[in-house]
Design a binder for this molecule. Structure first.
Ligand SMILES: [Zn+2]
Length: 426
């Protein structure tokens, strides 16, 4: 892959335009989208897609933006299945500024000053993942926010691909559908509101992970649990044998969980139960927990463990009222993968190899919009945006990797048509 500085410039220019619109999602808000910036970004993308000549550009009440790029096939070409790309409009809220002031810097291998006033730096000594990019140009933050390449690099890659596909008379491709969804970072809320009849594809891809080569079709199975405990209040002068302290009931539940099966003690494909929030007063206590595992059977076992812990607490505190609710949030993409739909994975690996990118399959300790779409029958693996250090002020995106991510989009579209043609001849 010979770098194309002009293409890198166009991608960077798109990225800076999209990242200038603040679009953090907000878990505390119940509507979708949770923030107006996501709508503003969707409006801008819809306008740009219409100007490029995309068809059926549609923005839903929940700011899910969908569009269709018509097929361009020579007469007599075998029918090509429609494929899709899905990216998310929101950036993560990790208590940093919602406003992103990204810029491109040349990186010669030495320390990068992100912000002279605040004395914030990106140093190869602290971030060895920088080292291979000496001599490249990087998109970086001003140290007060994330870069938001998660997922605006994905948006820019897909928009640039739309521009190419809609204007290049020599491109040969089937129908391509695009989806831009809000509120991914807060439990895939946006994609759940998507009208899938507006995304009629055989399979799709998300661009929503990190370094060049990353390919993901293994994600967590995820559930959220809430435990509500009602105790019995009493004045200390008459508390003996009467008072039931919900704080201690909560403690007894947490104490039964395996302290080795927590996020801080697991990695790879090991699952966990994570107590994420405790709220308590003398009358009630509430626990919030995340349950995660790549393996479906172990995932169900974690749920049983929690159910048993609650049952045990009820036995220990018969006068407390303890309620447990477990809701599934998303599933492992791999569980939806079978022989008939594995073309989405095969094409992804082929496309990377054709571009000279070494695929790095990864069991992602998280989920993507594809985890939801795959459960709905649209197998949707995920691949790299090219950025490092998602969700951090040290997030950076080498333009060379950004270009590679964008080229994978075009290569996937091209190879889908090629594969259909090959199949029709065999
Ligand atoms: Zn993301």
């Amino acid at each position: 892959m010979t770098p194309d500085p002009a293409l890198q410039d166009r991608l960077a220019e798109r990225f800076l335009r999209y990242s200038a619109i603040s679009s953090q999602s907000d878990a505390a808000v119940q509507t979708v989208p949770t923030t107006p910036g996501q709508r503003e970004l969707a409006d801008l993308l819809a306008r740009e897609l219409r100007e490029l000549g995309a068809q059926e550009v549609h923005l839903s009440d929940t700011s899910v933006l969908t569009a269709r790029i018509p097929a361009r096939l020579p007469q007599g070409h075998a029918p090509v299945p429609a494929v899709g790309f899905c990216v998310h409009l929101d950036t993560v809220d990790v208590n940093l500024s919602p406003d992103v002031r990204a810029r491109v810097v040349g990186f010669d291998g030495s320390e990068i000053c992100l912000n002279p006033e605040l004395d914030l730096w990106l140093r190869p000594s602290e971030h060895p993942e920088l080292v291979p990019y000496a001599g490249d140009r990087l998109l970086v933050t001003d140290g007060t926010s994330v870069l938001g390449a998660d997922d605006k690099a994905g948006i820019a890659s897909v928009m640039e691909a739309a521009s190419t596909l809609l204007s290049d008379p020599h491109a040969v491709h089937g129908e391509v559908h695009l989806a831009f969804v809000p509120d991914e970072e807060i439990g895939l809320r946006g994609v759940r509101t998507m009208d899938l009849t507006r995304f009629p594809v055989a399979h799709a891809w998300t661009l929503d992970c990190c370094a060049i080569g990353e390919a993901v079709w293994q994600t967590f199975n995820a559930a959220e649990a809430t435990i509500c405990i009602q105790g019995v209040t009493a004045h200390p002068m008459s508390a003996k044998g009467v008072l039931v302290n919900p704080v201690l009931v909560a403690h007894d539940i947490v104490a039964q969980l395996d302290r080795g099966q927590t996020p801080e003690h697991t990695d790879g494909t090991e699952g966990y139960i994570w107590v994420t929030d405790v709220a308590a007063n003398p009358a009630t206590a509430t626990l919030e927990l995340n349950i995660r595992d790549h393996n479906l059977q172990r995932f169900e076992e974690h749920k049983q463990t929690l159910t048993a812990a609650v049952e045990q607490a009820r036995t220990m505190h018969p006068r407390a009222v303890v309620e447990l609710q477990i809701n599934d949030v998303y599933g492992n993409i791999q569980d939806a993968l079978h022989d008939e739909n594995r073309q989405a994975v095969d094409l992804l690996l082929e496309a990377m190899e054709a571009l000279g990118i070494e695929p790095r399959p990864l069991a992602m300790r998280g989920g993507t919009d594809g985890s939801w779409l795959s459960r709905q029958g649209i197998l949707t693996p995920n691949f790299f945006t090219g950025a490092h250090n998602f969700h951090s002020i040290h997030e950076f995106l080498p333009l060379r990797s950004f270009e590679a991510s964008h080229l994978v989009v075009l290569e996937l579209v091209r190879r889908t048509a090629l594969a259909a043609d090959r199949q029709s001849r065999s």
